[in-house]
Write a protein that binds this ligand. Sequence first.
Ligand code: ZN
Length: 238
Amino acid sequence: MSKTSPTSAVVLFSGGQDSTTCLLWAVREFEKVFPLVVDYGQRHAVEIECARDICQNLGLQLTEVKSDEIRTFSDDALTHPEKVIEKGDERPNTFVPGRNLSFLLTAARFAYFVGADAVVAGMCQTDYSGYPDCREEFVRAAETAIHLAFDRRIPILTPLMFLTKAQTWQLADELGGLELVVNRTHTCYHGVRDAAHDWGYGCGHCPACELRKKGWNEYVCDYRSKAPQKTYSPTNKR
Ligand code: ZN
């Protein structure tokens, strides 16, 4: 990293596979990391418990904030557990309008407050899944809007943006965090933690589990056999 590179970053963190991989990446790239989790009444609240566990494991201090209005003004299935998850014609009913925009604004505010140089977030347009606020175009627009609103440039870094799920598994492995991501992150929409698989815990059949499992299987078949496995060793740079 050059002398002019940022040395601290806020990581938009959920305790899921993608944001945990981003957190490991940020720990490698930045001298100081500020993980931030937003409790917005998500269906799989067990993610927040995973977020706490992972930060404790990495020796990082987790900042938690609540955002009730995201759930209040949406009838999505992600924040309303009584609803059945459906893929839908245009996009799944787990889509929460404006969620990532709210998250990025909150993360940018936090970065401004603590003087961090960047925000790291796990948006990925490869497995787009009908979520418009996971696209590169949206992230760049949000970055511009935040720049104008704050009169300060806070880069939004999205290391997973163009990776497949298999490549995200590979990145976690390269960062020495494969075991951590498998065992400590949560993805399953149904909050299942008592069914273990090679790819981690989950029901194994909800859309989130399907995506995670598919990526894992591709990774094991296409990537893992070609690269040596590494041992996980957390690095505390705080
Ligand atoms: Zn599941």
